[in-house]
Design a protein around this ligand. Structure first.
Ligand code: AKG
Ligand code: FE2
Length: 202
């Protein structure tokens, strides 16, 4: 076999353990959620890299059940209580996909200059072998996945209303990122639902 960029030489093509569902949310569900997002306490967090302070290029809010704290760059963040529409989205993930989440990180990217660098969602407070589900609203942006050692890359353009699931095992072997797209001038909001070990840091 020749010419297959993703041929690993074992006759197994390498693909990340993910699922992409277009149109998971109806137009009406998207507009209800979008209206609720305007009420969220979105903040721009500061991180310290090599002793220098930087504002991260997006705004965020953390919602979840009691005790579902999450640590971001040495800061412990306690969850805000579930807003009603977000709570319904969590319920829909359970009903439609049998995925049971107890917290969600909301990221708002104001335009294509806002981004997220390469990382895995492998924090110790995340339940081992749990899935992470991501729901997108607003501008279409490329979600990029790269194998940690083999460097194979996959690009998924995520559109408003799409659901993207990163299955168990994904975070151990793959990195993901949301690169800058300077032609994008409108906001994108992303919800990453997670299963957190309650009271992990208490
Ligand atoms: O905005 C996205 O699609 C990615 C968000 C993400 O990777 C995260 O919150 O960990
Ligand atoms: Fe992530």
């Amino acid at each position: 076999m020749t010419g297959n960029l993703f041929d690993d030489g074992t006759n197994n093509s390498i693909t990340p353990p993910v699922s992409h569902f277009s149109g998971f949310l109806s137009a009406q569900q998207q507009s209800l959620l979008l209206a609720e997002v305007t009420l969220y306490p979105l903040t721009q967090l500061e991180i310290t890299v090599y002793g220098k302070k930087h504002l991260i290029p997006r705004t965020q809010a953390w919602f979840g059940d009691e005790g579902c704290d999450y640590r971001y760059s040495k800061t412990l963040i306690s969850p805000e209580p579930w807003p009603p529409i977000l709570s319904r989205l969590r319920e829909k993930l359970f009903q439609d996909c049998q995925l049971d989440f107890n917290a969600v990180l909301v990221n708002q990217y104001a335009n294509g200059s806002d981004c997220m660098g390469w990382h895995s969602d492998d924090e110790p407070e995340i339940q081992p072998n749990s899935a992470i589900a991501s729901v997108t609203l607003g501008a279409c942006r490329d979600f990029v996945i790269k194998h940690k050692t083999l460097k194979h890359k996959f690009i998924y353009p995520l559109q408003s209303g799409d659901l993207f699931i990163m299955h168990p095992g994904m975070q151990q072997e793959w990195l993901h990122s949301l690169p800058k797209r300077l032609k994008v001038t409108t906001p994108r909001i992303n919800f990453t639902f997670r299963r957190i070990i309650a009271n992990f840091y208490r």
